[in-house]
Design a protein around this ligand. Structure first.
Ligand SMILES: C[S@@+](CC[C@H](N)C(=O)[O-])C[C@H]1O[C@@H](n2cnc3c(N)ncnc32)[C@H](O)[C@@H]1O
Length: 280
């Protein structure tokens, strides 16, 4: 199995063959989202939970522009090697530039690769982080098995953080209140909208032992805040996924932006973090 076998129109699963304009918009979206206090909090919370001693080798898998890798590189207790891998050469290059700009370029080894099968030796990492990767891959089961292979036997730990995209909702003033557009977003925005609900079972199947998990709800009421950059990117990403024409996607985004300007916006989604250990 490899990423090119993805069946879903999920644009985040197709970054390896997107044109530059769409990738530039995707990179901006990731950076904007990464600056939001919710993402900063989530990252800090799971990084603290790992109780790192300083020498651990860390892999940011599906790194995009390297948000998680850069956050780990900035933590004073992290002194070991950090690797960041993404299937998109464009995003890997954007990550390299961002890391250099923040003065942590020398700390992170950025590489292009497919999470289904990486050309890296077994047991290479103490920590593998998937920060909003798993819902976009062609086959989550294969990717979890590959993460397990890459973890150090015994102590190696996996962090999986992602949205429970089946819960994503934007209320609109359409007669159905946004039900149809919610369904379109849930179906086309990610390949596996329910994967975070299946995660305890998938981790057990992959012989990874669940150590800790946390659920979060992000809700913007009145003004769009967390969801604001995501709404702007709908203009590009929905037509790219074949879900709507450019005109319909623009009208949908404008409707949500108008609601935010009028202080009548409602958008919400659940998110989960899981930390699991490889064991033997
Ligand atoms: C929603 S983005 C998250 C990026 C980054 N982790 C963040 O949170 O800012 C999903 C990322 O997964 C990458 N991706 C999708 N399928 C992949 C695969 N099979 N192997 C490696 N990366 C993949 C995409 O290129 C994209 O950068």
């Amino acid at each position: 199995m490899q990423q090119s076998q993805l069946k879903s129109p999920d644009p985040w699963g197709r970054t390896f063959r997107m044109e530059e304009r769409t990738l530039a918009s995707a990179a901006m979206r990731l950076e904007a989202r990464g600056r939001h206090p919710f993402f900063a909090h989530v990252l800090d919370e799971y990084a603290s939970r790992l109780d790192l001693s300083g020498t651990e080798a860390i892999l940011d898998l599906g790194c995009g522009t390297g948000l998680a890798a850069r956050a780990f590189a900035r933590r004073p207790e992290v002194k070991g090697p950090i690797t960041a891998i993404d299937v998109s050469p464009h995003l890997v290059e954007a990550g390299r530039r961002a890391a250099a700009g923040e003065g942590v370029g020398g700390r992170i080894d950025f590489r292009v690769g497919d999470a289904h099968r990486l050309d890296l030796p077994e047991g290479s990492f103490d920590v593998v982080v998937m920060h909003t990767l798993i819902s976009h891959v062609a086959d989550p089961t294969t990717v979890l098995a590959e993460a397990r292979r890459l973890l150090r036997p015994g102590s190696g730990r996996l962090v999986v953080f992602d949205g429970d995209h089946s819960s994503l909702t934007f209320a609109t003033d359409a007669p159905d209140g946004g039900e149809v557009t919610d369904r379109i977003l849930q179906r086309t925005g990610v390949a596996h909208p329910r994967v975070m609900r299946a995660m305890p079972r998938l981790l057990a199947q992959a012989r990874l032992v669940l150590l800790w998990s946390r659920g979060y709800v992000v809700a913007d009421t009145g003004r769009a805040d967390f969801f604001s950059p995501g709404i702007a990117s709908l203009r590009v990403l929905l037509p790219k996924a074949g879900a709507m024409s450019e005109a319909k996607a623009a009208a949908f985004a404008e409707r949500l932006e108008r609601a935010s300007a009028e202080n009548s916006f409602f958008g919400a989604s659940n998110f989960y973090t899981y930390v699991a250990v490889r064991g033997d």
